[in-house]
Ligand binder design. Structure first.
Ligand code: C5P
Length: 424
């Protein structure tokens, strides 16, 4: 994909180097177009080396190439990160006094803006109005992250992490592609395959409170569930995400029209899934659910007492997936996840096959975690287990990013929905 990365003159401009690298890993051809001020923070040679393309800021350089219109016309995606208050104001006003603003004014590609500035500037009515203008024109604006800013101050205004910006931009692009798929412009394999459907996805990891400040939890980041939500949305589905303790930066990478329900504990997750079950075409349980919770939660912070250690009494949590399978409406597809390890007697995949049958799901996405490829990483390897005509099948091992894997899972869901409809 031909992607333009616009970089404005803010301290976060250095993070743009990581964005170029991430886009190159994803095989984008990247044209970096900084403003003159951006080059006070990071040098053009850095961008040239990382992108493999020349870098200019001004419309009077390389005039024979008519860059001020060509770059925008040829772009398939334009990302501006960081976008300063000044640059946002210029774009909102339609000013084109350098190569970046001219590019934005000429492009018909999706434009994604990741603002970064001091909190006061972000909240200033001028910026608020400019952002509203950009959004009303279809520009995708990623909310800034909350955290430490350049000085000792902190608040909303930080540039989100490079991989989150790239994920947000790609989902914006995918959403737009889904919308124009009817026009036949390179639709992704699943484009429109879930149009008119409603998919409910659980993601993240549950936390079981011990007292007001402590909990038992797990390391699930929620990346897989977020990627599934994006893939389902790109395939045209209405999506509800039940999010168990997912970092807010990651949640910001979701398309704005995905409903997010926040839950913390297993019992809350169960209630949210059950409430969402009746009108869903498919449920995907990607959340890592605690099997046990403390028998009691202390109302105030537990105090240290003596040297004898502490014994916690745990009680078993319900198997949410099992309950959903038992109560499902006819023709609803239910997908479970299974992270398994093998042992000398039994391969991990055989444990997964047994789990598929025990849980009664339509599809089970199995990943072998013996090799530590799952939690928090972007790459993973899965096999999809399902059944046809009473026979269990185990798909080929598929390697890829969590976005690639999600695409595969969504393809399998579409396949299953089509199969169920053709046999009922
Ligand atoms: O049995 P196991 O925990 O390996 O099963 C994993 C699958 O079951 C995942 O889809 C997970 O979301 C779901 N699960 C559940 N309720 C539990 C435990 C797991 O729905 N208590």
């Amino acid at each position: 994909m031909r992607t333009v990365l616009g970089v404005a003159g803010g301290i976060a401009a250095y993070k743009a180097a990581h964005i170029v690298r991430r886009l190159r890993e994803l095989e984008h051809s990247v044209k970096v177009v900084p403003t003159a001020n951006a080059l006070n923070f990071i040098g053009a040679p850095t961008f040239e080396a990382l992108s493999g393309q020349s870098v200019t800021t001004d419309v009077f350089a390389e005039v024979e190439d008519v860059n001020h219109v060509r770059i925008g016309q040829e772009a398939e995606l334009v990302i501006i990160a960081p976008a300063t208050a000044n640059l946002i104001a210029k774009i909102a006003a339609g000013i084109a006094d350098d190569l970046l603003t001219a590019t934005v004014l000429t492009t018909t590609a999706e434009v994604v803006v990741a603002p970064a500035m001091h909190t006061e500037m972000w909240h200033n009515p001028a910026t608020v109005a400019n952002i509203a203008t950009l959004r009303s024109r279809g520009v995708h604006v990623l909310e800034p992250a909350v955290g430490r800013l350049t000085g000792p101050d902190s608040g909303p205004g930080r540039l989100p992490e490079p991989e989150d910006i790239v994920a947000f931009a790609l989902s914006a692009k995918e959403g737009a592609r889904g919308a124009v798929a009817a026009g036949g412009e390179e639709p992704p394999p699943t484009a429109g395959g879930l149009a008119g459907r409603r998919i409910v996805i659980s993601a993240g990891g549950t936390r079981e409170a011990l007292d007001p400040v402590r909990f038992l939890g797990n390391r699930s980041s929620g990346k897989q569930g977020i990627a599934l939500a994006r893939a389902a949305r790109a395939a045209g589905s209405q999506v509800e995400l039940v999010a168990a303790n997912i970092d807010s930066g990651l949640l910001r990478t979701l398309p704005a029209d995905i409903d997010v329900q926040h839950v913390e504990s297993t019992l809350e997750l169960q209630a949210a899934m059950r409430a969402a079950q009746s009108d869903a075409d498919a449920l995907i349980m990607a959340a890592a659910v605690a099997d046990y919770r403390p028998a009691a939660t202390a109302e105030s912070k537990m105090k240290k007492s003596g040297d004898d250690g502490l014994t916690l009494r745990l009680v078993q949590n319900p198997d949410i997936l099992r309950g959903l399978v038992d109560d499902r409406p006819e023709s609803q597809i239910i997908v479970g996840f299974a992270a398994e390890t093998g042992d000398p007697d039994t391969a991990a995949v055989d444990y997964a096959r047994a789990k598929f049958l025990r849980k009664g799901v339509d599809l089970l996405v199995f990943n072998d975690v013996s090799s530590d490829r799952a939690f928090g990483h972007d790459h993973t390897a899965v096999q999809i287990i399902g059944s046809r005509a009473g026979e269990t099948f185990v798909g080929e091992e598929f390697h890829g990013t969590k976005d690639d894997v999600s695409q595969k899972v969504i393809e399998a869901v579409i396949d299953q929905l089509t199969h169920v409809e053709s046999t009922t």
